[in-house]
Ligand binder design. Sequence first.
Ligand code: SF4
Length: 388
Amino acid sequence: MAQHAILSASGSHRWLHCTPSALLEKDVPDSGSDYAREGSLAHAYCAKALKENLGIGTKGEDIEIEELQDYFTDEMPGHVETYTGIVLGKFEEAKKSTPDAVLMVEQRLDFSKYIPEGFGTGDAIIVADGTLEICDFKYGKGVEVSAIANSQMMIYALGAYERFSDEYRIERVRMTIIQPRIGNLSEYELEIDQLLYWAGHVLTPTAKKAIKGEGEQVAGDWCQFCKVKCQCKALAKRCTEDFDALQESGTTAELMTNDDIARLLPKLSDIKKWAEAVGEYALDRALKGDKFPGYKLVEGRSIRKIIDEEAAASKLTAEGFDADNLYKPRALKGITDLEGIVGKKNLATLLDGILVKPQGKPALVPESDKRPPLNSNSAESDFESINN
Ligand code: SF4
């Protein structure tokens, strides 16, 4: 089983902002997810491809690939190829200036000099004179990950610097995130002095507090993957404080004004996700035997279903019911499926005038959104038919 550091590099965005979080979630098991397993499989394929290119054995990767094979998808090899192509291209470039440059794959990194008990594994590290480059593969596609001031990448860079600075003259580090499923290639460069300054003035002092669980719980976007988010009072307070503020606003009106609603709008999505997560957590705990005062477990609503359609149809036709009336009419496949069969361009040409893109429903978005605003006077009548 993989070892996990209490102050992990991947969780650093969280414990750098909320120092008690690392100890609070220390004993909560990692439940894992299908997405995480799919990502692990893609990572294993990436490491295998790079190691094969370097003529290194891939026994560990082969075992992992076999274990996780259920999570393979047809699109995976293409994304693995994109990643390995970028890394190998960068390696070739580094060799032009440093002939003995090396590419380290799945390199264990020790950053305990900066973070108590800190260690991790770098996906790919190109070590050369001048610039040391850390490449990190991200298989997720839900959130675009930026390398800019990314603490996880900066911690890996420190570990790599410690490991290789005796052998190479490293002046700066480049941190690169490759997220092929959404075409994201994000790079960030720092002089070594800047990296070491951050380590000495921000990282290490904060890590020393975090390993002791000191400091205040501070909620923010870093709470998303915190393992105690459903129990966290600081996050609950953050999600509900605007509602409390409305109660205490001192206005005599019982209805919210548009200004009140505008203040709530940016937080609704986070509040909704948090509320759903708390509900799911409570159900999970109740199923495990926990009690929640005033609540009980019951069987949920269920929908009747036919478990053997062929047997049902043959019994009904045997009773004289017309088979044509028993089945749904044939339905055309969705556009994406049809594009897969016919080809995207070909489908658009063949169905010219039949394949259309109707006007989208109106959406209320922040002013910073790139789309041009609708004319609010006419928007209601313009969209009346859609709403109907
Ligand atoms: S959910 Fe709570 S403990 Fe976790 S990071 Fe957020 S504020 Fe900190």
